[in-house]
Write a protein of this length. Structure first.
Length: 365
C-alpha cells in the first residue's frame, strides 16, 4: 500500500534539464519513488550514453513498487530528441501533406519501435494542434494540417500505432495551441473567443478520446472569461468541465512543462506546481531543480493533510497512473537498444516516400 508521500511522488514526472541534474533525479527515484523521468538530447552525447542513462535510471527504481515512465518528446521534424547518429523523420505537416494514412502509420511505427527498443515507454506525441496561422512558430509544421478533420484522422492514426507498438502516446496540447501565436515557453498565450476554438481546435482531441486516448497534455493557454487568471493547465474548472465532463475523458491528464517562463514568471516556481495539483492534473511535468522534494512532494503532502487538496482526487489520479503502467506492462528491465543502421534505412526510405507523395500546394499554404 502506497503512503501519501509515495502517491504524490507517482504523480511527478521530472525532467533532466542537463547532465548536472542526473544525480539529483536518480536520488528522487531511489529515495522518493517518483513516477517517471523526461529525458532530453542534452542529457547524452551519443546513443550508447543515452542507453546507459536510461538503464541506470531504471536500476535506481529496482526496489520501488511501480516501474518508471521514461518519457521523451520525439515528434520528428524540429522536435527531435534522439542522438545525432539517427536520421530524422520529416515533420508532421509534411506527413499530413501526403494525404496517405500508410505513410502516417509507417512514421509512427518506426518512431515507436525505435523508442521501445531504447527503453522509452512514453512519447509526447502526436501533436493534435491545428496549423491555424502560417506565422505560428510554436506549432507551425509540428501540426499535421490546417484542417481539423485531417488532424483528427492523422493524429488518431498515429496514436493507435504507437499504442499497438507499446509506447504510450501523449496527445497534446489540449485545447489546442495552434489557435494562438504566442509561444508559452516565453509568454502566456491568451484565447479571447473560446466558442470558435471549440468549433475546430478541440475536435481532434474529441476524436482521440473516442479512439481510446491514454494520456492528454494540457497546454499553458489562458482562456479569457473562462479560466480566470490561470491557464487551462492550472484551471480545475477547465479540466473538470471541458475534459472530464463534456468529453467524458477518464484517462491520464498531465501538464505541459511547468518550468516554462510563462508559468514561472506569472505563477511562481513553487506555487505553479501546487496549482497544478489542485487543478486535477494526474501528472505534473517539471524539470529538476535543487530542493525539488522540499518544495514539491513534501509541500503537497502537507496541503493534502490540511485538506487544501482533496485526498480522493489524489487517489483517483494514482489509480489512473497505476492502471496505465499496468496496461502497457511497463518494466524496469534494461534494454540493449535498436539497430541504428536498420532504423536509419527505414527513415531514409520513408522520407523518400514522403517526397514522392507530397502535395506541394498544401506545403506552400
Amino acid at each position: 500500500m502506497l503512503s501519501l508521500e509515495d502517491k504524490i511522488a507517482q504523480m511527478t514526472l521530472v525532467g533532466i534539464g542537463n547532465k548536472n541534474d542526473i544525480y539529483g533525479v536518480k536520488k528522487l527515484i531511489s529515495e522518493n519513488k517518483i513516477g517517471g523521468v523526461i529525458i532530453y538530447r542534452n542529457n547524452y552525447n551519443d546513443y550508447t550514453e543515452m542507453l546507459n542513462l536510461i538503464n541506470s535510471l531504471k536500476e535506481c527504481n529496482k526496489d520501488n513498487p511501480y516501474p518508471l515512465f521514461i518519457a521523451i518528446d520525439q515528434e520528428g521534424g524540429r522536435v527531435n530528441r534522439m542522438p545525432l547518429e539517427f536520421k530524422n523523420i520529416y515533420n508532421a505537416f509534411k506527413l499530413g501533406a501526403t494525404n496517405n494514412l500508410e505513410i502516417i502509420e509507417e512514421a509512427a511505427k518506426i518512431t515507436s519501435n525505435m523508442l521501445f527498443q531504447t527503453g522509452i515507454n512514453m512519447n509526447f506525441a502526436p501533436v493534435l494542434d491545428i496549423k491555424n496561422y502560417n506565422n505560428n512558430q510554436v506549432i507551425g509544421n509540428r501540426a499535421f494540417s490546417s484542417s481539423s478533420a485531417k488532424v483528427s484522422l492523422y493524429g488518431t492514426t498515429y496514436m493507435k500505432v504507437s499504442q499497438k507498438e507499446n509506447v504510450i502516446p501523449v496527445v497534446k496540447h489540449f485545447p489546442g495551441h495552434g489557435m494562438v501565436k504566442t509561444d508559452s515557453h516565453s509568454f502566456l498565450p491568451i484565447v479571447y473567443n473560446f466558442n470558435k476554438v471549440k468549433e475546430t481546435n478541440i475536435k481532434p482531441f474529441e476524436e482521440a478520446i473516442k479512439s481510446g486516448a491514454d494520456a492528454i497534455m494540457i497546454g499553458h493557454i489562458l482562456i479569457k472569461g473562462y479560466t480566470g487568471i490561470y491557464p487551462a493547465s492550472l484551471s480545475d474548472k477547465f479540466i473538470k468541465e471541458e475534459l472530464r465532463e463534456k468529453l467524458s475523458y477518464n484517462g491520464v491528464v498531465m501538464t505541459d512543462e511547468l518550468s516554462m517562463h510563462s508559468i514561472r514568471y506569472f505563477y511562481g516556481k513553487h506555487r505553479s506546481i501546487i496549482n497544478a495539483f489542485k487543478a486535477g492534473n494526474d501528472i505534473i511535468c517539471r524539470k529538476y531543480y535543487n530542493e525539488f522534494y522540499k518544495y514539491n512532494i513534501e509541500k503537497i503532502v502537507k496541503l493534502v493533510n490540511k485538506g487544501d487538496i482533496d485526498i480522493h482526487q489524489i487517489n483517483d489520479s494514482v489509480n489512473r497512473i497505476i492502471a496505465l503502467k499496468t496496461k502497457y506492462l511497463l518494466t524496469d528491465n534494461s534494454f540493449s537498444g535498436c539497430n541504428i543502421k536498420d532504423i536509419n534505412t527505414k527513415i531514409v526510405n520513408l522520407n523518400k516516400k514522403i517526397d514522392n507523395n507530397i502535395d506541394t500546394l498544401t506545403i506552400q499554404k
